[in-house]
Design a protein around this ligand. Sequence first.
Ligand code: ZN
Length: 243
Amino acid sequence: MARDGKNNTDKNEVGDKNAADRAAGRGASAAPVKRPTAYPAAVDRLISEFTKLPGIGRRSAERLAFYILKADEPTALALARAIADVKQSVRHCRVCSNLSEAEICAVCADPGRDRAKVLVVEQPKDLIALEQTGMYSGLYHVLMGRLSPLDGIGPSELTVAELLHRIDHPNESPGGVAVREVILGLNPTLEGDGTSLYLAQELRTRSVEVSRLARGLPTGSQLEYANKAVLADAIQARRPMDS
Ligand code: ZN
């Protein structure tokens, strides 16, 4: 009985090994199974291009890539064409660095603008936001960022030299009008304030008036909901009551 039992055990072990081989695809007749460990190369390339976009991690890049794969061809190609067009036809205005399809942007080329005023902003999107108010009719200067020493962004990474050149060489500006007022319209952040301070110092020796956008309570807001920084700005930037 004992001997039979041992034989049975040996047989079972052999049987189990064969079953394991079959499960792993290691049978004598079957070719090894290829298991994909990555997407097709073209998909991988699309995903890795998407991960280069700001704020897009691997997961989001995969989602975008699969959206493109699922989209119909005209939709996907329209995106590809829009990217190609923006790189081929859009450049920075020679005068103010605003985005433009011509050498000089629509704002700088407009003879109806007050060319003696230049409002300095960080990005083209800030210019658009200010234009949408319809309250400003002067020119702009887009810095293309703000000073950020910790990120290695100094004056030479921005269009500071171009701004000073505009002021120092009025004959090269559209219309040949000298800049008399520079309005600093940087974002009210630590780096934005630092940049404003730097520009104000650079402009001090030049015969231009320097101002900055007022800050404080937005219209329609209530004091109790404003944060401390906004209230502090509102108090500091208080002005005489119009009567
Ligand atoms: Zn321009």
